[in-house]
Design a protein around this ligand. Structure first.
Ligand SMILES: [Zn+2]
Ligand SMILES: [Zn+2]
Length: 262
């Protein structure tokens, strides 16, 4: 399996999961169709080779280009029923046969790729993260989470590669010019994961078989790539987890950060 994070952050999310057999699916499509096709092109992935789009939740940074892409490429969009209810603008653009509904916490297949959508705490109708199973490997994606539950830890355990949210530095949010309601939203139970919470989670996950991680969905206002990396790395170091035991990378906001073999 291969994984290519194209865009990650509140200005838009999109990544590609590829099986060795050549099945390719997009996870979220939160930028314009043109921007996504251009990014795919740069990574030498033909847009025509994409066979489906999976949606984590209906925030616009996850669905912006989904309708147009589905229409242009004539490919299905998979989302749960609650998300479809909120995605009328997407639904109106696409053919009925391309509306596919999955159930949260119930696995399904897209060709030979096994997909497990799991529930996450975020302020939308029924948000999910995904685990993918192909070629004997497991890849998980978990962003847009206000906190982490025991169930989520168990789902992420044993992932050969994990894209996890490291959204913000808590002090930067407190000192930001954001209005109070927005600060409360980000820091709340259904908001986003901080660098420190992410680091603490990774200490636990390392003991549960996870040792390759991409930090993603970084806030443009309240985080930097260096700060996210430093904060998480120092928490791992304090827990005596070496760089070899936990490899850290960053998913960039505006460009692909490489192709990861899983
Ligand atoms: Zn988001
Ligand atoms: Zn969101």
């Amino acid at each position: 399996m291969f994984f290519v994070p194209l865009f990650s952050g509140s200005s838009g999310n999109c990544s590609v999961v590829c099986s060795d057999n050549g099945t390719r699916v997009l996870v979220d499509a939160g930028l314009s169709a043109t921007a996504i096709k251009c990014a795919l092109d740069k990574c030498q992935i033909s847009a025509e080779s994409i066979s489906a789009i999976l949606i984590t939740h209906e925030h616009s940074d996850h669905i912006k280009g989904a309708g147009i892409l589905s229409k242009q490429l004539n490919i299905p969009i998979y989302a749960n029923a609650a998300a479809w209810d909120k995605m009328t603008a997407v639904r109106d653009k696409i053919r009925d046969c391309n509306i596919r509904v999955f159930e949260t916490n119930k696995d399904f297949f897209i060709s030979e790729i096994g997909v497990y959508p799991f529930s996450i705490p975020h302020d939308t109708a029924d948000p999910v993260g995904f685990s993918f199973f192909a070629d004997g490997k497991k890849l998980s994606i978990a962003t847009d989470m206000g906190h982490v539950t025991r169930e989520i830890e168990e789902v992420l355990a044993g992932s050969d590669l994990l894209l996890i949210e490291s959204n913000h530095d808590v002090d930067m949010v407190h000192n930001s010019r954001y209005p109070d309601f927005l600060r409360r939203r980000i820091l709340g139970n259904n908001g986003h994961l901080s660098n420190v919470t992410c680091g603490n989670l990774l200490v636990k996950l390392n003991a549960m078989g996870v040792n390759r991680v991409i930090l993603g969905h970084l806030s443009q206002e309240n985080n930097t790539e260096e700060l996210a990396l430093q904060t998480v790395a120092s928490i791992l170091r304090k827990a005596e987890i070496t760089e070899r035991q936990m490899q850290l990378r960053i998913a960039h906001r505006d460009r692909a950060c490489g192709m990861f073999e899983v």
